[in-house]
Design a protein around this ligand. Structure first.
Ligand SMILES: [Zn+2]
Length: 77
């Protein structure tokens, strides 16, 4: 899978940078203690999964690109 330029540009940016126009909200990631770790976004252009971390995320307060969320994969959707 080849991520588009818009996604590449967002990786490593501060989480305060807004999602680009092709990103659709796809839920949130929670820590085991139920604290929000990140917001998940799916790119309608290239299909990449983007994670907008909170201060509790990894890395904190930063955009990263990642694999399909594990809990979604297990749900079979
Ligand atoms: Zn993209």
């Amino acid at each position: 899978m080849q991520a588009c330029d818009l996604c590449h540009l967002l990786v490593g940016e501060p989480a305060t940078v807004p999602p680009h126009e092709d990103l659709a909200a796809s839920g949130i990631g929670l820590k085991p203690n139920r604290c929000k770790a990140d917001s998940r976004w799916r790119c309608m252009g290239c299909g990449a999964w983007m994670y907008q971390s909170t201060a509790l995320g990894e890395p904190p307060n930063m955009w990263r690109m990642g694999a399909r969320p594990q809990d979604l994969a297990e749900a079979g959707t």
